[in-house]
Design a protein around this ligand. Structure first.
Ligand SMILES: *Cc1c(COP(=O)(O)O)cnc(C)c1O
Length: 438
């Protein structure tokens, strides 16, 4: 085994590209949406990331959402450290997983019973299988620009990385499967009614991002989730809320608590693992009782409910529950959005900022951005230019126009103001330089 170490980010990237497709383990990390070579990070603390060349950057990726308490929160780190010496995995029942299941059920309104898994992808894949097994139906409805992980049945008009690269759908997804997936325009009530009128009785479930985050942030009108609930009730299709991003973020109890519309099944991930590979799906007990070994729908996992990941998730949930930071996050995120808006105005830059709690996107277009088709009208060239101008000024944004920024509890007013100042300078430089690309 080689023991090459150190080197500049460029050297590392060259080595990475030789041994991993695109040099990364998840596509959007590769900077394809903005050009240039990705940074390599060695440490995170609070709102900051430190790269291999000792640059300290204000982070708005925050591991794509999980780190709502900031990097290396002391309570979380202490709890994880404490369990490490007791063994890393048992492949057997543990007290911690019972406590985490109870905590999730106490927190997320529509979850009466839960199964822990390892990723959001696995959770939505399993929820779809359960919905099909429970209803005996095959068709699945999703919405354009919503991402639910790289599940075969759901990689249709899937936003996020797929949007960044302009891929229509993925090769390797059998057309027989794709044909059972109906992707409708986000929040389009007429399209939804048309689907249910024609195929409601054959539809196993509707899966939806309750606030979309993977086409950039898009909040649906209130009527959307309510109407979806009604049409599912009428047709017997299950309503599945994908709260991987919104759970414990837009409210402690997720979007279902914020909007008071309740799904049959909920898919969770990101914050519930606190930065470790942990996700979950859960919902009505009568439906969850169909999961093996209680019922016939099979789903399993060697590392599911891993004790270290569980300790990390539990510590994160306990901190959020004991000192709910949602008013604080709302105020800080509003401050950031306001500052970005003023900076854009000052430099005459067309923009549209969508924000729900501590998730926001600055779209380079006049807006409004209400669905995937609208999101795609953004000027991604300008975004790329802005991204690099921010990076030069010490701010690490998600490297794609079609992603959410995630302020955390660790992003103090001072950090937010520093970001706004950087944005002001970055926009001035972009306008003056004719929106240069790397
Ligand atoms: C991140 C995300 C997923 C996928 O989770 P992974 O852990 O990356 O597999 C699913 N749904 C939504 C809404 C997400 O934001």
């Amino acid at each position: 085994m080689s023991s090459r170490r150190g080197g500049t980010a460029r050297d590392l990237y060259a080595r990475a590209v030789a041994v991993m497709p695109g040099g990364v383990n998840s596509p959007v990390r590769a900077f394809r949406g903005v050009g240039g070579a990705p940074r390599f990070f060695v440490r995170g603390h609070g709102p900051f990331l430190v790269d291999t060349e000792a640059h300290e950057l204000v982070d708005y990726v925050m591991s794509w959402g999980p780190l709502i308490l900031g990097h290396a929160h002391p309570v979380v780190v202490e709890r994880v450290s404490r369990v490490l010496g007791d063994g890393l995995s048992f492949g057997a029942a543990t007290p911690g997983e019972v406590a985490l299941a109870e905590a999730i059920i106490d927190t997320i309104p529509a979850v009466d019973m839960v199964r822990l898994v390892n990723s959001g992808t696995e959770a939505s894949m399993s929820a779809i299988r359960l919905a099909r097994g429970f209803t005996g139906r095959d068709r699945v409805v999703k919405f354009d620009g919503c991402y639910h992980g790289h599940v075969d049945s759901l990689l249709v008009a899937a936003g996020s990385g797929v949007a960044t690269f302009g891929l229509p759908d993925s090769p390797g997804v059998p057309s027989a499967l794709a044909e059972l997936t109906h992707s409708l325009p986000y929040a389009d009530l007429d399209a939804m009614d048309a689907h249910f009128d024609r195929l409601g009785a054959e539809t196993a479930c509707v899966i939806v991002e309750t606030v979309a985050g993977n086409m950039g942030v898009v909040e649906p009108p209130e009527s959307f989730l309510t109407r979806l609930r009604e049409r599912c009730n009428e047709s017997g299709a299950l309503l599945v809320f994908d709260e991987v991003m919104t759970g414990l973020r837009v409210a402690l109890g997720g979007a279902q608590e914020r909007y008071q519309v309740y799904p049959d099944l909920t898919v969770m991930g990101k914050i519930i693992g606190g930065g470790m590979p942990l996700a979950a799906y859960g919902g009505r007990s009568d439906i969850m009782a169909h999961i093996a070994p209680a019922g016939p729908v099979y789903q399993a996992g060697t590392l599911s409910g891993n004790p270290v990941a569980v300790a990390c998730g539990l510590a994160t949930l306990e901190v959020l529950d004991s000192e709910p930071p949602y008013d604080l996050l709302e105020a800080r995120s509003a401050r950031l959005a306001r500052g970005l808006h003023q900076a854009c105005e000052r430099h005459g830059v067309e923009h549209c900022i969508n924000r729900v709690g501590a998730m926001l996107t600055l779209f380079f277009q006049a807006g409004p951005v209400t669905d995937y088709a609208a999101a795609k009208r953004s000027d991604t060239g300008r975004f790329a230019s802005f991204f690099h101008a921010m990076l030069q000024r010490g701010v690490y944004l998600p490297p794609s126009q079609y992603e959410a920024w995630f302020p955390s509890v660790a992003h103090t007013d001072a950090v937010i103001d520093q970001t706004i100042e950087a944005a002001d300078e970055a926009l001035a430089a972009c306008v003056k330089g004719g929106w240069p690309r790397p």
